[in-house]
Design a protein around this ligand. Structure first.
Ligand SMILES: [Zn+2]
Length: 419
């Protein structure tokens, strides 16, 4: 078999494309393959599909393709142009590559697979690409996926803020709680940020949103109220976020009390910070004895902790009515504790009571079965090299967006020419 024929098969080129020449450079570790079409081949206008004679050829270009036995492999061709009476002079579609791409579609598929498994630096190394090239593949894949994505409002969404860099640099993350995917990302965490999500849908589509898990963050609350009917029945405040208010209150009580005790030489609370932050069942065994002694004493911190732990039972109720009763008793206890940080936290929760009780209609939280939060955090950690917020967002969409990332190449992944 001649090498041109061999490469026509390897590349899966289909008529009218043929391989005209193959060059192997052992020194450079690369194979260059030239594709050509017969004279008088007619090509379709990319706009209207009308078959037209070749007008001329654009300058020869090269596309990176899958390696041949460890040799970097490049496909070369001069893309034909047609002169359509309706659409003017245009470059025809090439079966092996998307317009303006430097990679064949099969190479992109491989690169996407590798990027799915590695961070960008690792993928670039394995694929013999520069960091920018690997990044470019990811960026294009996400753009392609977002463009192809059906515009459907998920029934149950989670809204969360994520720090995108240092300081006050936030993005808003809207997730589809049922699919376990990130549905939408937008800069900042203002009302307008979340509004921009709802704006993408028609009123009818928005009506399909049944429940929204979120933090007690006024801009998000205001946005949901402005965009959803009966929003207060649909907003469910995230239980982990609610518990954080109490955990913080316990910690404030401990700090104040420790300071007062230490002034009189009592070191009981010194170094106990983390003991109070565990939920009871997660306390490491080595701390159990000390913590039991601390709780048994007449410490204010112990009282604050007991109030915090009692709130956790709220979410364990089967029925809303029982949970409402529990909350009422709990609120009375918390507000009569004479512990100001606990009283403040309880009042904040009370003001948002509807969004606590709505949990029993929807039973959702931002924690999600898919662990989106920890996966976003992992992307953030591996994203030190992403350098900026746009890259961070692209990486989240790439890994967690549930998008169709591959270029459409037809049925066989080895076939270059069937698209
Ligand atoms: Zn046309």
């Amino acid at each position: 078999m001649r090498d041109t024929e061999l490469y026509r098969h390897l590349l899966g080129l289909v008529a009218p494309w043929q391989v005209s020449r193959v060059e192997l450079s052992v020194a450079d570790g690369r194979v260059d393959v030239w594709a050509q079409h017969p004279r008088r081949t007619r090509f379709a206008c990319p706009e209207c599909e009308r078959k037209l004679a070749v007008y001329d050829h654009s300058e020869e270009r090269a596309w990176r393709h899958l390696d041949s036995c460890g040799f970097l492999t490049y496909l070369h061709a001069g893309p034909p142009r047609v002169d359509c009476p309706d659409h003017g002079v245009l470059q025809v579609r090439l079966p092996w590559a998307e317009p303006n791409s430097r990679f064949t579609m099969v190479f992109q598929r491989l690169a996407i697979d590798v990027l799915t498994e590695c961070d960008v630096t690792g993928a670039a190394r394995l694929l013999h690409l520069s960091w920018d090239e690997a990044w470019h593949v990811m960026d294009r894949a996400v753009a392609r996926g977002l463009a192809a994505k059906a515009q459907v409002a998920p029934a149950r969404i989670g809204v969360d803020e994520k720090s995108a860099g240092r300081g006050q640099d936030y993005i808003t993350v809207v997730s589809d709680l049922d699919r376990g995917t990130v549905d939408y990302l937008v800069d900042e965490r203002r009302q307008a940020s979340l509004d921009s999500y709802f704006d993408r849908f028609t009123a009818e589509q928005r009506a399909g949103i049944e429940a929204v898990a979120m933090d007690m963050w006024e801009p998000y609350i205001n946005s949901a109220r402005a965009n959803l009917e009966d929003a207060d029945e649909k907003i469910v405040f995230d239980r982990y976020h609610l518990m954080k208010y109490l955990t913080t209150a316990v910690d404030t009580v401990r700090k104040q009390e420790n300071r007062a005790l230490a002034a009189g030489g009592d070191k009981r609370l010194a170094g106990s910070k983390y003991l109070w932050l565990y939920s009871a069942e997660n306390l490491p065994a080595r701390h159990v004895d000390r913590f039991a002694r601390l709780r048994a004493g007449d410490l204010k911190t112990a009282r604050a902790w007991a109030i915090k732990e009692s709130l956790r039972h709220f979410w364990a109720y089967q029925r809303r009515g029982w949970a409402a009763k529990h909350f009422k008793r709990w609120y009375f206890w918390a507000t009569h504790s004479r512990l100001q940080p606990v009283i403040d936290a309880a009042r904040t929760l009370k003001r948002h009571e509807a969004g606590l009780l709505s949990y029993f209609a929807h039973r959702i939280s931002n924690a999600g079965a898919e662990g989106l939060n920890s996966r976003i955090q992992a992307i953030r950690v591996s994203a030190r090299g992403y350098r900026n917020r746009e890259h961070f967002k692209t990486a989240i969409y790439f890994h967690l967006g549930g998008l169709q990332l591959y270029p459409q190449t037809g049925s066989s992944s080895r076939t270059v020419g069937s698209g």
